[in-house]
Ligand binder design. Structure first.
Ligand code: KIV
Length: 274
């Protein structure tokens, strides 16, 4: 609890603060969040960045991929998160199909997210191939977080969720894309499921912060999907995932107790009624 009270005095996180953290060598802690109650807890604990990830498509809606989630649904999740946050920087994924087509559509999507949710920045998957969209969004004053390596919106192109950029050609392209994102003006880049050595090289080569997920320790920050790190989702257990809790068993245990108490007429008791 003492720790929590201290975090209340911490300054509001901006993209500028993240840049300073990289310069100071202070690691950036980022987790995904999709709703008001969890966002409030994350913020209270002092998380630096909340990513309203399109992984909501998997963990909140039960889809097999991130592809089906819509812009309206992302805005719903983002505005719920914003109502719970005082300090953290909130970044929202532009969902599949809302920015790849043309840069005007990309700008409209990003503007809708910023206006309708009040979030602080957007995240986009890809490098040079989406340069026009990135430029246009940045020109409108909207901060952009890049995302390279395993980019789940391209799962149909990759065909699998295995580690990316093990081969020299793909690794070289990733390095070029990271430099491109820095020059374009992105405030950071997520590196997903790539060899730790490559992530370290990229982190050394650019001035903007790198946030890793399955990218080893030599990055400027880490991100995990909330449901995975809390152990709600038991089916997903890649090597990079550290589980901080076994909420699956805890929650099931609570449900079992409740069902038992209702069925045995133990709940409500004399003190739990008017
Ligand atoms: O959608 C998401 O949760 C993400 C993280 C895995 C980086 O993009």
């Amino acid at each position: 609890m003492t720790e929590i009270h201290k975090t209340k005095e911490l300054p509001k996180i901006t993209t500028h603060v993240l840049q300073e953290m990289k310069l100071r060598g202070e690691k950036i802690a980022m987790l995904t969040g999709y709703d008001y109650s969890m966002a409030k807890l994350l913020d209270e604990a002092g998380i630096d960045v909340i990513l309203v990830g399109d992984s909501a498509s998997n963990v909140m809606a039960g889809h097999a991929t991130t592809l089906p989630i819509t812009l309206d649904q992302m805005i719903y999740h983002a505005s719920s998160v914003m109502r719970g946050v005082k300090r953290a920087l909130v970044v929202v994924d532009l969902p599949f199909g809302s920015y790849q087509g043309n840069s005007k559509e990309a700008l409209n999507s990003a503007v809708r997210i910023m206006k309708e949710s009040g979030a602080n920045a957007v995240k986009m998957e890809g490098g040079k191939e989406i340069s026009e969209s990135i430029d246009r969004i940045l020109s409108a004053g909207i901060p952009v977080l890049g995302h390279l390596g395993l980019t789940p919106q391209s799962i149909n192109k990759f065909g699998t969720y295995v580690v990316r950029a093990r081969e020299t050609k793909e690794a070289e392209k990733l390095k070029e894309d990271a430099l491109f994102l820095e020059r374009a003006g992105c405030f950071g880049v997520v590196l997903e499921k790539i060899p730790a050595k490559l992530a370290a090289e990229v982190t050394e080569s650019i001035k903007i912060p790198t946030i890793g997920i399955g990218a080893g320790p030599h990055v400027d920050g880490q991100v995990l999907v909330l449901h995975d790190m809390l152990g709600i989702n038991q089916e997903f257990s890649p090597r990079f995932l550290r589980r901080y809790h076994n909420l699956h068993d805890e929650i099931i245990g609570s449900f079992l107790s409740y069902i038992h108490d209702v069925k045995s007429a133990d709940f409500p008791n004399s003190k739990e009624q008017y």
